[in-house]
Write a protein that binds this ligand. Sequence first.
Ligand SMILES: Nc1ncnc2c1ncn2[C@@H]1O[C@H](COP(=O)(O)OP(=O)(O)O)[C@@H](O)[C@H]1O
Ligand SMILES: [Mg+2]
Length: 295
Amino acid sequence: MRKTSVQNNTINNTGEGMFDPVCGMNLKGIDEFKKNQLAEKGLFFCSDHCKSRFEKNPEKFQNEPLIKLRNVQKVFNLGGVDTYALKDLDIYIWEGDFVAIIGASGSGKSTALNMIGLLDKPTSGDIFLKGVNISDLNDEEKTKFRSETFGFIFQQYNLIPWLTAFENISLPLIFSGKGINNKKINASIEGIGLGGRSLHRPFELSGGEQQRVALLRALVSDPDIILGDEPTGNLDSSTGNKLLDILLDLNKKEGKTLLIVTHDADIAGKADQIITMKDGKAIKDHQVYKKIYTE
Ligand SMILES: Nc1ncnc2c1ncn2[C@@H]1O[C@H](COP(=O)(O)OP(=O)(O)O)[C@@H](O)[C@H]1O
Ligand SMILES: [Mg+2]
């Protein structure tokens, strides 16, 4: 398999076929990219943000990223009309990072997240997870890979209404044929402040409680990567902040990679890397998360 583009990044200065070694963006078509003189011939970056991340910790960016999207396109055909939800999307996600995906409604954030989490297939392009090209996997392998690698949380919680909190949390273990450790699950329920709620059904729980159940369900198989599609979107700000603190703890203390789609500039402001989507592409300015909502 091709290695990360750090080596390739030094080829020329036209931007042709060069990728930012931190965010993975194709530098072709970027008007003004940044050069750094660390490597013999210099390295090129889409922005000062990526340049300075690289300079702080060059070793981190020498290996294969945890997640790599290359030329990913997603086309939906509705009534004979093609809609490009993603257009040649190039992204790197590094192990242990907290990454926020932001952008206007319809910019392709959920589609990108679903591709990364193997919930949907790209129309073309490649996705590498832990160095594996997932288009080479069959459906069964994909399902196994997904359940072992990802924990998902969604804006609408997506709990099964007729199951108790405990049963909702245990569900992934039933699907994957793993044993249910009652003690461990009850301890996680206590630990997240839901003691006494274990036998409640979703309609008997507040939004914040439901989202904590959904988070425990996402964590029950001990995934390396947590994917959240606007997980605080239905919560009031204080409840949302509590959930975010739990997610940040999982990132900082347990090293889980966190990839969160959000409209919340405060959440995005805490991320190691921001991916700003516009019209199905990542745009180069990672830090202008406030600007896009006022354009
Ligand atoms: N299942 C689908 N069928 C048709 N079009 C879709 C589908 N899912 C998303 N789209 C379109 O793709 C674009 C990106 O959608 P989405 O990824 O949901 O954006 P975001 O999450 O940023 O709001 C939108 O134009 C949307 O209408
Ligand atoms: Mg969305």
